[in-house]
Design a protein around this ligand. Structure first.
Ligand SMILES: NC(=O)c1ccc[n+]([C@@H]2O[C@H](COP(=O)([O-])OP(=O)(O)OC[C@H]3O[C@@H](n4cnc5c(N)ncnc54)[C@H](OP(=O)(O)O)[C@@H]3O)[C@@H](O)[C@H]2O)c1
Length: 308
């Protein structure tokens, strides 16, 4: 048997995303056979960092499929040893991701921060004004654009993950033998989130907790519920000719707020939380896949401890 056939297989749904691609990279480095699933399929741009570190890209099987299309998804999951769900929206408006990941320099920083904040909150700010409240309070707190009804917290953060976990369990069911299934539980990683700030919409955290609860009850899976806070890329603006992104500056502000409040002993009182490097979170995910004693919630504090 060649060493290739001995490799365990991992499917990362959202494998081209900010975190997903780093999970693919870390898993390849740890000897997994990796398949990435996303609607576009391929990486949209090369990851930041030294180009010499990009040899893992050719070792990933880049597949184009929609998580909501069970027909195209199921064959990818058949006989997989582990699955990661790494897709979600922090704000239901879609523009914020383009803004936060855009490179920015010099005087443009303040404007970019402003446009990031308005891309997140422009509709919700209106809804928060009692004069703008409608009778339907769920619509009033929503930021969904008229044509964007598919991009809700419940659909993207919760339903896609439950569908993926159930399909993975179904595709790998050992017919009629629940005891065998229970003993050979396969790891399923759900990238959830820690509550880190009152700026985080409650619908985001609720959808994450509901998905966690449901996934944790699927008997044939080993649930790993990873809760990062704000993540930055270690290579953002380093070793490239690109300036830093808006995310880099925002992360700097959040980390500074955490450090100052910790020094003053106020971090617990105001709930300030540290940021994490996306590479460290990816390594922690792969560590959890490999360690059968790890299951349940992996908190931000545990992730921070792992990264030391
Ligand atoms: N970024 C942070 O700081 C942060 C902090 C805490 C928690 N998180 C959580 O971490 C997870 C990953 O976040 P991220 O920032 O890496 O997200 P991201 O960069 O937006 O990546 C999302 C990925 O999911 C894919 N995707 C979206 N819809 C899909 C669908 N219907 N079918 C298949 N693939 C689909 C996207 O590719 P296509 O568009 O091509 O399909 C992309 O690969 C999320 O659950 C998020 O809530 C992130």
């Amino acid at each position: 048997m060649s060493s290739q056939t001995l490799k365990k297989s991992l499917v990362v749904v959202g494998g081209t995303g900010f975190l997903g691609k780093r999970i693919c990279q870390a898993a390849v480095a740890a000897g997994w056979q990796v398949t990435s699933v996303s609607r576009y399929g391929k990486l949209k741009s090369l990851p930041t960092g030294p180009p010499t570190q990009n040899s893992w890209i050719s070792q990933v099987n880049w597949v184009s499929a929609d998580v909501f299309n069970k027909e195209s998804l199921a064959p990818q999951l058949r006989n997989a040893d582990a699955v990661v769900h790494s897709m979600g929206v922090l704000f239901e408006k879609d523009k914020y991701k383009d803004v936060i990941n855009a490179p920015v320099s010099g005087k443009a920083i303040a404007n970019s921060m402003k446009s990031f904040i308005s891309s997140c909150f422009s509709s919700s700010a209106k809804a928060a004004n009692p004069l703008n409240q409608t009778l339907d309070s769920s619509r009033a707190s929503s930021t969904v654009e008229p044509n964007d009804h598919n991009r809700t917290y419940n659909k993207v953060n919760r339903d896609s993950a439950i569908l993926l976990a159930n399909t993975f369990a179904e595709e790998n069911a050992t017919k009629g033998n629940e005891e065998v299934e229970q003993q050979a539980r396969k790891p399923f990683v759900y990238i959830s989130a820690e509550y880190t700030s009152p700026m985080i919409p409650s619908g985001y955290i609720q959808s994450k907790r509901q998905a966690e609860d449901t996934i944790a009850r699927i008997p044939s899976l080993r649930p790993i519920l990873v809760r990062p806070g704000f993540m930055y890329d270690k290579y953002d603006g380093v070793n490239t000719h690109e300036p830093h992104t808006v995310r880099h500056y925002l992360g700097g502000i959040i980390e500074a707020q955490y450090n100052v409040s910790k020094t003053l002993g106020l971090d617990m009182a105001i709930g300030a939380k540290p940021t994490l490097a996306v590479q460290d979170v990816a390594n922690a995910v792969v560590e959890a896949l490999n360690d059968s004693s790890i299951e349940g919630v992996v908190s931000l504090a545990a992730l921070k401890e792992f990264s030391r």
